[in-house]
Write a protein that binds this ligand. Sequence first.
Ligand code: FAD
Length: 348
Amino acid sequence: MQNLTPIKNQKVKSEQLIFENIPLADKNWFRTGGNAKFYAEPKNGIEFQQALFFAKEHNQEIFILGKGANILISDNGFDGLVLCPKLNEFEIVQEDNEFALVKSGAGADFSDLINFCLENNIVGLEEFSGIPGTVGGSVFINIHYFEFLLSQFIESAQVIEKSTGAIKTVDKNWFEFGYNYSTLHKDAHYLLNATFKLKKVDDKFAAYSKGRRDEIIRHRQKRYPISGTCGSFFRNFFEHEIPFEICGKKIIFVAYYLDKIGVKGQLKVNDAIVSYQHANMIVNVANAKTADIIELAKNMQKLVYEKFGILPQPECRLIGFKEYPLYPINGPGSIVTETPEPDHWGNL
Ligand SMILES: Cc1cc2nc3c(=O)[nH]c(=O)nc-3n(C[C@H](O)[C@H](O)[C@H](O)COP(=O)(O)OP(=O)(O)OC[C@H]3O[C@@H](n4cnc5c(N)ncnc54)[C@H](O)[C@@H]3O)c2cc1C
């Protein structure tokens, strides 16, 4: 870690753990946003507990940061403690000829986990190749790609309770996984590690799976922007939010509606532009501010609403804003000025 200022006069032994006024723009994919008031990179459960204790003692809000691939941070930064877990170890905890249980720390890079598995003839997770992020961020949102959801592979996990620092082992059901959802959204627990149940295969099948990984990455690189973005900015709609059918079907894909209004590669606010490759991806092509991205996203919301009467809501997590910065939803398809509770931001 560089340029980190240790904080003084704390009760916890955190001189080497908690740092002050740390830039976040270099720690997220949009490359925007202000500083964290406090910042820590806990490497184990004890350091995590110390950091939680520090936040409690000093009455600070907490935000857990992974690779920053699915967040937009306010230009004013985060007025609290940002915790970026560096629990990065992998372990094969059990295996036979058919299955393997692989445990990964929450801070591990998901692509490193995929590679570790493939090197050990363990397959399944390569379906998520090319999706940037940590294991923690991926479990948080239950990453998805076509028909695959990460929840299909999770067996158990260890989480730490925000209020007490207690570490407990939980099973898959505890997460109440859904589309873009896990119990971690309640902000009462943070992921320390997760154990995945995967297939054990022979050398030939492992070689095929490595090829599949490479093919998925190549495919993604052609279809999506690969930097300056958070991936899909808006989540897909739920069927009940769509009050009409097109050719006898309710179309839930937000990119479909964004495509129809012709924003791709066209709509922009300063250096924030809708990707020419994907209508639901906003890209910071040079020096955009978070405020530019917000203004662009609001324009996209408004255009979809005006044409179709439905209001896109973010998949991207909005961090450090004092007020909800986009048009919030209040019942399907209405633009209102009412502000939803912060816990529900990005998860409406
Ligand atoms: C180019 C691009 C393509 C993408 N494609 C896809 C895709 O195909 N499918 C898909 O599902 N997603 C996709 N995404 C979104 C993103 O990759 C995932 O959401 C990813 O899992 C984010 O992980 P992260 O570590 O960067 O999390 P961050 O962005 O840092 O954080 C996201 C959320 O996870 C929470 N979090 C992180 N770690 C923990 C933890 N240990 N405990 C509790 N909460 C935690 C954070 O607090 C935050 O609320 C894409 C993003 C980009 C930039």
